[in-house]
Design a binder for this molecule. Sequence first.
Ligand SMILES: Cc1ncc(COP(=O)(O)O)c(C=O)c1O
Length: 363
Amino acid sequence: MSDLLPVFPWDKLEPYKATALAHPGGLCDFSVGTPVDPVPEVIQKALAAATDTPGYPTVWGPVELREAIAGWLHRRCGAEIGPQAVLPTVGSKELVAWLPTQLGLGPGDQVAYPRLAYPTYEVGARLCGAEPVEYDSVDELDGSRVRLLWVNSPSNPTGRVLGADELRRAVAWAREHGALLVSDECYLELGWSAEPVSVLHPDVCGAGHEGLLAVHSLSKRSNLAGYRASFVAGDPVVVRELLEVRKHGGMIVPAPVQAATIAALSDDAHVAEQRERYAARRSALRAALEAYGFRVEHSEASLYLWVTQDRPCWETVAELAGLGILVAPGDFYGPAGGRFVRVAFTATDERVAAAVERLNAAR
Ligand SMILES: Cc1ncc(COP(=O)(O)O)c(C=O)c1O
């Protein structure tokens, strides 16, 4: 099976990490977008209060969890959705990787995703034997073969936000061709110079959610990457189908994490606080990178700066590793990213300040 899959890209970065680690001031790691700030106390307490849970939790979770998810979708995304149309998942990566399989896709089907994209969309297509297809515009796609159409706004890696118009076009295309549109919205609460909109907002999808799913994660908004807390929501028929398959597959969110998810989705204060930390890191890094000679593209949302020196990305990776700064090469996200690097501002204030100082001293 593993020979069907691409090489795990992060292994290729290891030699550059070794160089960066050798810097006398230590490593400034902006490669993987992994949270470094504490899990908010309100969430830790909810998890701790739910440790005595000897029985099996359910895949669908208690109604309080589904109501918390639906309530958040209503409050933050403007979605008119009931608790019957949501489903907790064990981190969204597993869903992205296994959704085509769980929907019964296979050889002869196509799974389409943006030309520059999170690599797991391709992995999901390959795991079920479907054909992975990249697109710039949905109009290029073969409507008779695409069964699943991914959109990702805000985008990893570019931070680009799709406007309501662009999302409406994708929804119309998918509905016209009977493809399921799945919108990966895990950075939705991390807009900086643009306001991300959910595919489930009535301005985008109209009155109903037929043919649509939105994928959300608490990893980024709530510093919960370690908990594996996420969910999918949308077309109730598709959600029900996924529930049945996932019950058989035992894809269950642990009960303490279910409790923590309820607490996290019921509190917006910690998200506002975390956003402030990221906003400060983002503007400090952005200014230093621009002064150093980088051009920033998109990056209006998400946890990344998508930057270029207009030369091959691995040259930039090597140059920055020499300053003890580790970034992700753009070609991890498709050949179209070959002249960009992705800078994740998910490092501590102290590490960001160290990188800013090094960039300023080296220019
Ligand atoms: C676009 C996108 N989707 C999904 C994920 C997976 O997030 P998680 O599995 O932590 O929910 C990531 C993680 O970086 C991502 O960037």
